[in-house]
Design a protein around this ligand. Structure first.
Ligand code: S3P
Length: 415
């Protein structure tokens, strides 16, 4: 599997503002992570790339340089929201922009805490392009209104450049790569309990120290292969060296609960992240009970919901997903995209504001619209395996946003 996208973004950004040189191995090949690297190099960071090895010479906390043109984050929400935190703390103006999809996505969620800290950010009613004027920042205590690792990370990164202490209170835990990586780069957060959840605190005096980092395989990319192998009887597939951070593995727990035969082997810790090998055996233990995924767990499998929807079509009891309205503001409206495409393939599906209900369905070939969204293209690349005939996927190459070569890799393990 390619290197984890979330972790690669963070490794590049943290290495850029650390003191010293960091070599990152198994860096994600995704187009999104290339956007992060090109923004960082525009900001004056020396970066060398050799395949999936990236060497970054950190400029320290005060070494970033102004860039006169808009910085292009492409399709990548993580690039835009995390860089907003870093750039809010600089004493110069920056503009962050992105492609048509990114310019539609909600940015008020990061603008609001940055303004509370003292930054001024211009936008088109909360959408990119964002004009970020780095002003001196002061620490705040912030409770994000939606469960989002991107908001949490934006505020903590800004906190590195703020006077005093900055805290984020998380009512619903989200992926904790930022916390783990801050510790790896020598500046662990303080953690304490609060009435409303876990309080994470960073001290603005902290410096980061360069330290080589190995990125584990991407568990979100692995989910497509887990579903394909689990649903095709006779399969046997091993995915080696995949990131198994507990805040990301809810998808594995759910797949197992829903009847998939998945085994985890060779568990270890590398660079503060859990890693292991995933073994999947084909053939579902077909349980008739009705299945529903909802509540706090949604934040921990948000990126895997499109492929879980496809999985739902193969389950005797179907699958209902609720409390997932966040899917409507991802790279596409993923609730609408999943429902539309499953219907095109003959799926029996009901749409809700915050999710959908899928009944076991005999899928047939169809023309699929990826809506330019990588995870929709890949989810239906797997659905195609369950349908007789030729299914075409429009704009399938957008899969490269997280997984260049996805379709080739999938055909290399299917017959
Ligand atoms: C990400 C967090 C999630 C996820 C995205 C990557 C991250 O977004 O959907 O693909 O790397 O922090 P939110 O934080 O907006 O939920």
């Amino acid at each position: 599997m390619p290197g984890d996208k979330s972790i690669s973004h963070r490794a590049a950004m943290f290495a850029a503002i650390a003191d010293g040189a960091t070599k990152i191995t198994n860096f994600a090949t995704s187009v999104d992570c290339a956007s992060t690297l090109s923004c960082l190099s525009a900001l004056g960071v020396a970066i060398e790339k050799d395949g999936s090895t990236v060497s970054i010479t950190g400029v320290g906390k005060s070494g970033l340089k102004a860039f006169p043109d808009p910085l292009d984050c492409g399709n990548s929400g993580t690039t835009m929201r995390l860089l907003t935190g870093i750039l809010a703390g600089q004493q110069f103006e920056s503009v962050l922009t992105g492609d048509a999809s990114l310019q539609k996505r909600p940015m008020k969620r990061v603008i609001a805490p940055m303004e509370q800290m003292g930054a001024s950010i211009g936008s088109h009613d909360g959408r990119a392009p964002l004009v970020i004027n780095g002003d001196p920042l002061a620490g705040i205590e912030y409770t994000p209104p939606v469960a989002s690792a991107q908001i949490k990370s934006c505020v903590l990164l800004a906190g590195l450049f703020a006077s005093g202490k900055t805290s984020v209170i998380e009512a619903v835990p989200t992926r904790d790569h930022t916390e783990r990586m801050l510790a790896w780069f020598g500046s662990p957060l303080d953690e304490s309990d609060s009435e409303n959840g876990r309080r994470l605190t960073i001290d603005g005096t902290k410096q980061l120290t360069a330290k080589d980092f190995r990125v584990p395989g991407d568990v979100s990319s692995s989910a497509f292969f887990m579903v394909a192998a689990a649903c095709l009887p006779g399969s046997s597939l091993e995915l080696a060296g995949v990131g198994l951070n507990p805040s990301r593995t809810a998808v594995i727990d759910e797949l197992k609960k829903l009847g998939a035969k998945i085994d985890i082997r060779n568990q270890r810790t590398e660079c503060n992240e859990h890693v292991g090998d995933i073994v999947v055996i084909g053939g579902l233990e077909n349980m008739e009970n009705e299945n529903i995924i909802r509540g706090g767990v949604i934040a921990n499998l948000i990126d895997e919901i499109p492929i879980l929807a496809v999985f739902g079509t193969q389950l005797a009891g179907g699958l209902e997903v609720r409390d997932a309205a966040e899917l409507r503001v991802k790279e596409s409206d993923r609730i609408a995209a999943v429902v539309e495409n499953l219907k095109r393939m003959g799926g029996r599906v009901t749409e809700f504001d915050d999710g959908f209900k899928i009944e076991r369905s005999e899928l047939h070939c169809a023309s699929i619209d990826s809506f330019g969204d990588h995870r929709i293209a890949m989810a239906f690349g797997v659905a195609r395996l369950f349908a007789a005939g030729e299914t075409e996927i429009l704009d399938a190459e957008c899969a490269g946003v997280s997984f260049p070569g996805f379709f080739e890799t999938l055909s290399s393990v299917t017959t």
